[in-house]
Design a protein. Structure first.
Lengths: 150, 486
């Protein structure tokens, strides 16, 4: 371990500390926030922390970007593999975000609110009503929208 | 030799096939189902061929693009992957017979359907930890979309919840793979096994990787308390989707866990840090207990089935944690058997709903008179879930309990036996409603086709046949489980 006590140790590992902080903040927002869009933002921050962890693991002190000409000494470059992995993971993350936002649009159209607790209440109300009405999508739609305006 | 072409096409056929119904959707919506049928038939034939080759000649492997293992991505199918590969292909084909009339019938639906089958197949055939993550996410994205295909407004809410929880699970898995990569510098399962041995199975990085991978996959497996997405998603999804997901989604995650534990981390990790094994026991025990309790309290049949899955995957996790040869055979039989039975149960529940409109446990009173076939199927499959011989549910639990006895872990065997009594409590109630109670009023909600009835009957028959053939499964799995006994 390097000198300087705990602050010195943390400073030397700043990217990893930042990754852990991002993961924790993201998870907290995802679980704690009532707004559905902010939940998705929390998910993105959480994933970004993991991406940072992977990219940080590729760093090599004084390394250059890994476009390696034939015959060059490979130790002078940063490790390209984690960066490729993160590139793939970012693509996956973007697709997940797109699907999540599309679902949120549908939730908003049905219930007229983005607050998770109100949506949950409205769903529970629907379930109670369902046996009698056997609601098609349109019935449920119009009925709850008024309730969502509060 | 045929592996070079066979394994990549197992994944490529459904993934490429998935684009066709989407492209056709604008002009010929109705072609979605036939296209899915053709693709699934080809896929099932390839899976059967692969299974035959593997069982006859041993493991098949392929390198994508001819790049060798430390740099390229390897695909590999051995005796352990075969049951899951065949399960994915078979269920994909069988549920199609159900959805032809029951719907949904749109082109995009079948695009997602094939995407799900392709992603799950990928998980079963890959031999690379990061590639596994990509396939997990492909199948995950497809399942979120499939759950949202239901017309009910609650479907979007359930799908969103499924997405948020599922993505956290997959991301935690990716985090664990990151730790594994930092510890070893490789991503192929074989390289990871060697790297973990070199780094020391008890080293911090390896243990961190193990914990993150197991927690991440436990979300997909829906072990308690990470099960919250399951009941909502399965209750609102269209019946065919609920059946396909109940059969495959968590089962394939269970395979992934089994594969990583056997081929990458190995039981050395559990031996080096015994707390990890106790953690697995704890999660499994909590799932068995909480799943039973929640299932007992459920009023909706679809929710009851989802909670019963929490118990059943808890039992499979016990088999995994015990880790003797018998217990691992039990875990595989438990996973595959549960898939057949739970998929069949959701389809039978769909038939009952179409014929009588009954959805709740109380509403099932006297349903067997109105829908005798589906009622009998529910009864057979529910008894299979409880673990009554000669069903496959009995075989799986027997092997797990025997493995636990063999390892001297008699409390585990006691929990397995207790779980069957607990599940008898809620499945018994369902069967009592079906056969003993006097019927209320029924209102059919949809047509029941021959295909729907045949799929349900097939699942019930298979649950019994697999139970009788369990010894065959044990001998077929033999080579894959050689030398794992701790």
């Amino acid at each position: 371990m390097t000198g300087g006590g705990l602050p010195g140790v943390l400073w030397a590992r700043l990217p990893y500390v930042a990754a852990v902080v991002l993961v924790a903040v993201g998870l907290f927002v995802l679980i704690d926030d009532r707004n559905l869009v902010k939940k998705v933002i929390g998910l993105n921050v959480f994933q970004t922390g993991i991406f940072l962890f992977l990219v940080a693991s590729a760093v090599r002190e004084g390394g250059r970007s890994p476009t390696v000409p034939a015959g060059a000494d490979p130790t002078a470059y940063v490790n390209p593999l984690p960066q490729v992995l993160v590139l793939t993971a970012i693509v996956v993350g973007v697709s997940v975000t797109a699907v999540a936002l599309a679902l949120i649009v549908r939730v908003y159209e049905s219930y007229g609110t983005l607050r998770a607790d109100l949506v949950r209440e409205a769903v529970a109300d629907d379930e109670d009503r369902e046996p009698e009405v056997d609601a098609g999508p349109e019935d449920g739609d119009g009925e709850v929208r008024t309730g969502g305006a509060r | 030799m045929p592996g070079e072409a066979l394994l990549p096409s197992l994944v490529a056929v459904p993934l490429l096939g998935a684009t066709v119904p989407v492209l056709l959707a604008r002009r010929r919506e109705r072609l979605g189902w036939p296209v899915a049928l053709v693709v699934s038939l080809v896929h099932a034939a390839l899976a059967a061929w692969t299974a035959l080759v593997v069982l006859r000649e041993g493991p098949v492997a392929a390198e994508i693009g001819g790049i060798p293992a430390p740099f390229g991505i390897a695909l590999r199918v051995d005796a352990l992957s075969v049951p899951f590969l065949v399960l994915v292909a078979g269920s994909g084909l069988a549920v199609l017979a159900y959805t032809r009339v029951a719907g949904p019938r749109s082109g995009p639906f079948y695009g997602l359907y094939l995407l799900l089958v392709g992603g799950l197949t990928g998980v079963c055939v890959t031999a690379d930890a990061f590639n596994l993550y990509v396939f997990l996410e492909i199948s995950g994205l497809a399942s979120y979309g499939l759950v949202a295909r239901s017309d009910r407004p609650a479907a979007a809410v359930a799908a969103l919840q499924y997405l948020l929880v599922g993505t956290v699970g997959a991301s935690l898995y990716l985090f664990g793979v990151g730790y594994a990569y930092v510890a070893t510098g490789v991503l192929s399962l074989r390289g990871l096994a060697a790297g973990f041995a070199a780094a020391g199975h008890g080293s911090t990085l390896v243990v961190a990787a193990f914990v993150l991978v197991v927690v991440g996959l436990s979300v997909k497996l829906a072990l308690f308390p990470l099960h919250v997405w399951k009941p909502d998603a399965y209750a609102v999804a269209p019946t065919g989707v609920a059946a396909l997901l109940a059969a495959l989604a968590s089962t394939v995650a269970g395979y992934a866990l089994l594969r990583l534990l056997l081929s990458a981390f190995t039981y050395e990790t559990l031996r080096a840090v015994p707390a990890l094994r106790w953690g697995l026991f704890l999660a499994a025990g909590a799932s068995v207990a909480a799943g039973s309790l929640l299932a007992f309290r459920a009023t909706e049949v679809r929710r009851l089935l989802a909670y019963s899955s929490v118990t059943q995957y808890g039992l499979a996790a016990f088999g995994l944690a015990v880790g003797t040869r018998l217990a691992l055979v039990g875990a595989v039989i438990q996973l595959v058997g549960h898939a057949v039975m739970k998929g069949g149960l959701y389809l039978a529940v769909g038939v009952i709903s179409a014929r009588t409109g009954a959805e709740t446990v109380d509403g099932y009173a006297g349903v067997a008179e109105e829908a005798p076939g589906a009622g009998a199927a529910v009864a057979v499959l529910a008894l299979g879930m409880v673990g009554i011989p000669p069903t496959v549910g009995f075989a799986g639990k027997l092997y797990i309990a025997a493995g636990a006895f063999e390892a001297g872990l008699w409390p585990v065997a006691a929990v397995v036996l207790a779980s069957t009594l607990l599940s008898l409590a809620y499945f018994g109630r369902l069967i009592q409603r079906l056969y003993v109670d006097s019927p209320g009023e029924f209102a059919p909600t949809g047509p029941v086709s021959t295909g729907m009835a045949a799929t349900v009957a097939g699942a019930a028959t298979l649950a019994v046949v697999l139970g009788l053939g369990a010894a065959g499964v044990e001998s077929a799995l033999g080579p894959a489980l050689e030398g794992v006994a701790p």
